[in-house]
Design a protein around this ligand. Structure first.
Ligand SMILES: NC(=O)c1ccc[n+]([C@@H]2O[C@H](COP(=O)([O-])OP(=O)(O)OC[C@H]3O[C@@H](n4cnc5c(N)ncnc54)[C@H](OP(=O)(O)O)[C@@H]3O)[C@@H](O)[C@H]2O)c1
Length: 393
């Protein structure tokens, strides 16, 4: 697995700052001062304390390219996973606050936002469409089809038949409030529909302008090759982080490198665990958090796996990094065509995550960290048996 680390230089391109600030102009903040606070907040500043009104600052200017040729897509080096704003990550702030957070992510430089039809179902796409409407044409919302959803409920079956993909595409366009889907992933493999047929459906949608590019999630190298031969892929999205590196061993990353396909690691902080904010006493919302169904999130597993977080913390402490930043920095250092999509409901975590790009470690430092982490056995599977059946086809 070591050969992947830092074998290529980062392909960084500068953001067009002027255009970006212009588009951000509407974001000027206004404050309502409650009585009693004016002395602190509204006192006339002395010359020394005047701070020039700065345009919103881009925290993360780095850009990366997923895919090649006509399938290429330039995006921010870190994307944003929208899922947890109303699905699978326990409670979240109210919609207004979440929209503010999404706008802040755009302001700080994020151009890639990830959702899926099955998140909610449907309400996560609706939320992403509403929140990102002011930035139509400036940022990309990626979404996913495949899980069957009937009358707003997931059935647990897969359906990537031509008719359903076309229908789901139309419905996603409406919910996302866009004319074209920038990147449409197949969420899980459908045993009843060969991937070549799915690729042909997508090719039709691309010709019609309803979809720009496509990708696959949690598939094998063979499936990637078959799909790519019919319609070039932009990205593969699979789980990848310091506690789950199967894509390094099963040939998926090698295939992406060979074919010029980008890679988008989901759950890059292992669903929050690698941040150190979760522990054996964490209680997940039993109506809205899939972590309670995952073997790695039982109290025993979390207690045992905390050793890994301790390694990340030790590595970060002498470099000024948090463990979440170490986890994402390691992924970003793997290859310039890798774009993790962490999710958060907190502005402080957003800023922390985007600041990962401020730190540069040498390949030797990353390798030493990796060696130490790999010497610890992870306790608990990543998915339960039912969820595992749906991946790796
Ligand atoms: N293709 C697929 O099959 C698939 C599967 C799962 C997920 N995804 C995508 O991947 C995205 C991210 O995945 P994920 O939510 O599973 O995992 P993640 O990004 O690894 O972790 C998210 C969790 O970590 C916490 N967090 C984020 N930044 C933090 C920080 N700096 N410090 C402390 N805690 C932090 C968040 O809580 P706070 O809100 O408290 O920050 C949240 O609960 C999803 O939104 C979704 O778009 C795709």
């Amino acid at each position: 697995m070591n050969k992947d680390i830092m074998e290529e230089n980062n392909n960084t391109s500068e953001v067009n700052r002027r255009g970006f600030f212009k588009s951000m102009a509407f974001m000027g903040a206004t404050f309502m001062l409650p009585s009693g606070f004016d002395k602190i907040f509204a006192a006339a500043p002395s010359d020394k304390t005047i701070i020039k009104n700065k345009a919103p600052s881009i925290v993360m200017p780095e850009r990366r390219i997923l895919g090649t040729g006509k399938a290429a897509m330039e995006v921010s080096a870190l994307g944003f996973g929208v899922m947890g704003m109303n699905y699978n990550r326990s409670q979240s702030p109210d919609k207004k606050q979440c929209i503010k957070l999404i706008h802040s992510a755009v302001e700080k430089g994020v151009t890639l936002f990830d959702t899926a039809i099955v998140y909610g179902p449907l309400i996560n796409e609706e939320f992403a469409g509403e929140a990102l409407r002011p930035f139509k044409g400036q940022v990309a919302i990626t979404t996913k089809f495949g899980h069957e959803v009937i009358n707003g409920k997931a059935t647990g079956r897969q359906d990537s038949s031509r008719k359903t993909v076309r229908q789901y595409c139309e419905e996603s366009l409406r919910r996302l409030k866009v004319e074209t889907i920038e990147l449409f992933y197949q969420h899980r493999f459908d045993r009843n529909t060969p991937v070549e047929d799915v690729a042909e459906t997508i090719a039709e949608l691309i010709k019609e302008g309803k979809v720009q590019r496509w990708g696959l999630c949690e598939v094998t190298p063979e499936t990637i090759r078959r799909a790519h031969a019919v319609q070039p892929l932009t990205a593969i999205q699979s789980e990848y982080h310091m506690m789950w590196n199967v894509v390094e061993k099963n040939g998926v990353l090698d295939t992406c490198r060979e074919l010029g396909i980008g890679f988008v690691p989901y759950s890059p902080i292992n669903r929050g665990f690698l941040s150190g904010n979760l522990n054996e006493y964490t209680v997940f919302d039993n109506t809205n958090d899939n972590r309670q169904t995952l073997p790695r999130f039982t109290p025993d597993a979390m207690r045992a796996n905390m050793k890994i977080v301790e390694v990340l913390n030790r590595f970060g402490r002498t470099r000024g990094m948090t463990s979440a930043q170490v986890a994402m920095g390691w992924l970003l250092a793997k290859a310039p065509w890798i774009v993790p999509i962490p999710g958060t409901t907190k502005i402080s975590h957003l800023e922390e995550n985007l600041r990962t790009l401020d730190f540069k470690c040498t390949p030797e430092e990353w390798l030493a960290l990796e060696k130490e982490v790999l010497s610890i056995s992870v306790v608990g599977d990543r998915y339960n048996a039912e969820q595992e059946k749906q991946v790796g086809h």
